[in-house]
Design a binder for this molecule. Structure first.
Ligand code: GLA
Ligand code: ZN
Length: 678
């Protein structure tokens, strides 16, 4: 069941952001770019990301000839175009003529012209101008054989507190609460501190200088902002669909971005893509740690559109310019991290950027072509060598990671946890906790997806739901059905406290029926100071450390697997298990150290009969399958050679060599084994 993203190319996409609009007075450089791209094995360029003022220097005056001639030249040389809609930054005339397109900050202050990624999410005037430029652009390029994909705007994000957005928020609330203000009052518990409303008109966004005490309102504002950006994406997507029905569209996501629900946004996109800028070689993390975090981010992004490859839309060929320390990636790391993206399910390796601009904010950001202007650089050679490697990976295209386990991640749950007043702000760490579960499973040798609590879970042996504080309607039922049908389901502390409006469940946490499913309830939640420790003692005598959070559990009908070692709740249950239909439900009531979670997951995986392929420390294995063939990726993130045992025999696509019982992975080495059919 191959689902190749770009069948017309049938190669791993290799390219990146290219800004010829900054070099229109240098035709010699534009010529040279194409020559160098071919030399580097580039087959795609992302054009026009911020080119609005080059397309429309004055309102209503359009220039697309330069774009068409660049697209023509690229195409004639075998290079396809990913074309951005230029709405990531506004021309000066637009802000001058339509100030309502400018965002307002959380104090309601109108921002001034400048910067980028800052249009008002609601403004009709902005949408009218966006519609004009997108229509003109699409008409200009329509039917061009080089055009393969639309790249909607750029790194959408942020929020706007202008009067138009405030009104839009009220409309959103009217819809959500069936135009009944009393429903809103109930859902937000507004009798507290005399917050009762008598009309929707009275509801204000949570301004920085205003009232932030209504937790339901804060939550609704976050959901609204994400929804409103989603409306914007729909608007651009719809326009593009009308104008160029055959061209797919994406937008570039940003890792586990805090304020947009990518699970929702992805629904309007044909494929998902993201921009990956890991902090390699830092003074706080080892290479394998940075690599594991990156693998997690890949899993989050692919989980927004399960069942198909994703795109690595941006990455740096050498360094960035916006980390606190902009260290060069060491030789070999470009190859390693790019192949890691492929291992995790990407079908593309794209860069920011092809050529450094001479001036402005990104003049010192890494690029394939430096100010030096030649191919005689370390970076260029590494890019060209990678281009040659990527050509060998065409058989992998369209396959997807074969995950046996899933960790649930949800934006709205994240907002609810972050927005709740309680626990300890510095240690809530929902995203980190989700990531740690992903990493624990990876260390156990299990390919793991990160998906929404609403995703189809039926294919997974094991599902982990860390800190699932908020249960939207239907979620508890969905999870119960998963377990009853034979799945192994793990909950942790902080499960099922609040509903979709952040109202607490009455009658015991975890609410919405999960008390019965887990066979317990949590009577109290203890927040520890950073230096505090407790422990979990399992029946075999092993003890694992606990920090940050301990729930005091009342077990009604579950097997107790571990109990607390200390404090006034010493000897009371902390880890439990209960059978549920054909499956089982596990509850881990405290923040257990990683080794402790691994011990729990090992038992879960044994129970599920999951095959595990544990790897030596600092190395990683990933498996992609297209239903007919499986590809194993083995990556060495350490600086020493490592010998690994492959899961199966096959042929290394990168070297063409046969692989049998062992593979030596050199420093930063990678093997991609097309496994023999069994
Ligand atoms: C983001 C943006 C790019 C560029 C890079 C720099 O990913 O999308 O336009 O600014 O960062 O790293
Ligand atoms: Zn606005």
């Amino acid at each position: 069941m191959k689902k190749m993203l770009f069948p017309q190319i049938a190669q791993v996409l290799h390219g990146g952001d290219y800004n010829p609009d900054q070099w229109l007075d240098r035709p010699d450089i534009l010529e040279e770019d194409v020559r160098l791209m071919k030399e580097a094995g580039i087959n795609t360029a992302t054009l026009g990301v911020f080119a609005w003022s080059a397309y429309e220097p004055k309102e209503g005056k359009f220039h697309f000839d330069w774009l068409l001639s660049v697209m023509d030249r690229l195409y004639q040389n075998g290079i396809y175009t990913v074309l951005a809609t230029p709405t990531g930054a506004k021309p000066a005339w637009l802000d001058e003529n339509y100030p309502e397109a400018l965002r307002c900050d959380a104090n309601g202050m109108r921002l001034r012209h400048g910067n980028r990624h800052n249009h008002c999410l609601t403004s009709p005037a902005f949408r009218r101008q966006a519609e004009v430029i997108i229509k003109r652009l699409a008409e200009a390029v329509k039917g061009h054989p080089g055009l393969i994909l639309w790249h909607i705007s750029n790194e959408l994000g942020g929020e706007c507190f202008c009067p138009l957005c405030a009104d839009q928020f009220r409309n959103y609330l009217r819809q959500r609460f069936g135009n009944d203000i009393e429903k809103l009052n109930k859902a937000w518990w507004t009798d507290f501190w005399s917050h009762h409303y008598t009309s929707f008109e009275q509801v204000e966004p949570p301004y920085a200088n205003g009232e932030r005490s209504i937790i339901g309102l804060n939550q609704a504002w976050r959901e609204f902002t994400s929804w409103n950006m989603g409306q914007y994406v729909k608007f651009e997507r719809q326009l593009l669909r009308e104008l160029t029905p055959d061209i797919p569209a994406t937008t570039n996501f940003m890792q586990v971005y805090p304020t947009l629900d990518y699970h929702e946004l992805a629904k309007d996109l044909d494929m998902v893509s993201w921009d990956s800028y890991p902090r390699y070689h830092s003074d706080t993390e080892s290479m394998p740690e940075t690599a594991a975090e990156t693998a997690f981010a890949h899993a989050v992004i692919r989980g927004t559109k399960p069942g198909q490859p994703f795109m690595l839309m941006e990455s740096t060929p050498s360094l960035v310019n916006w980390h606190s320390f902009n260290k060069l990636r060491r030789p070999g790391v470009l190859r390693l991290s790019s192949l890691q993206a492929i291992a995790c399910g990407a079908d593309t390796v794209q860069y920011f950027q092809w050529r450094k601009g001479r001036g402005s904010f990104e003049q010192f950001h890494g690029a394939v072509i430096d100010h030096l202007g030649t191919d005689d650089t370390r970076t260029f050679r590494e890019v060209a060598a990678l281009g040659a490697d990527l050509k060998k990976l065409a058989p992998v295209l369209g396959s997807v990671p074969e995950a046996k386990a899933a960790v649930l991640y949800d934006w709205s749950n994240r907002w609810a946890i972050e927005g709740m007043a309680g626990m300890a702000a510095s240690t809530k760490q929902y995203v980190r906790t989700v990531m740690e579960q992903y990493e624990a499973l990876s260390r156990l040798g299990v390919e793991t997806d990160v998906v929404s609590p609403e995703a189809d879970l039926s294919g997974y042996d094991l599902v982990v739901a860390p800190m699932l504080y908020q249960l939207k309607p239907g979620r508890a039922e969905h999870l119960r059905a998963y377990a009853k049908n034979g799945g192994v389901l793990v909950f942790t502390y902080l499960t099922g406290y609040v509903d979709e409006n952040t109202l607490c469940f009455l009658g015991g946490f975890p609410g919405d029926g999960l008390k019965e499913l887990t066979g317990l309830y949590s009577e109290e939640l203890d927040t520890l100071y950073p230096a505090d420790r407790n422990g979990a003692r399992f029946e075999d005598g092993s003890v694992f450390e606990i920090r940050d959070y301990c729930e005091i559990l009342k077990v009604q009908d579950a097997e107790v697997l571990a109990s607390y070692t200390d404090d006034f709740y010493a000897e009371t249950p902390v880890v439990t298990r209960k059978k549920a239909g054909n499956g089982s439900v596990w509850y881990v009531g405290a923040r257990l150290e990683a080794r402790g979670m691994e011990a729990v997951y090992s038992r879960c995986l044994d129970e599920a009969g999951t095959v595990r392929i544990p790897m030596p420390e600092g190395t990683e294995a990933h498996f992609r399958s297209n239903g007919e063939q499986r590809f194993a990726f083995y990556l060495n993130h350490t600086e020493e050679p490592v010998t690994i045992t492959p899961a199966a025999e096959g042929t290394d696509l990168l070297t063409g060599r046969r692989v049998k019982d062992s593979i030596v992975l050199e420093k930063y080495g990678v093997a991609v084994v097309a496994e023999d059919a069994v």
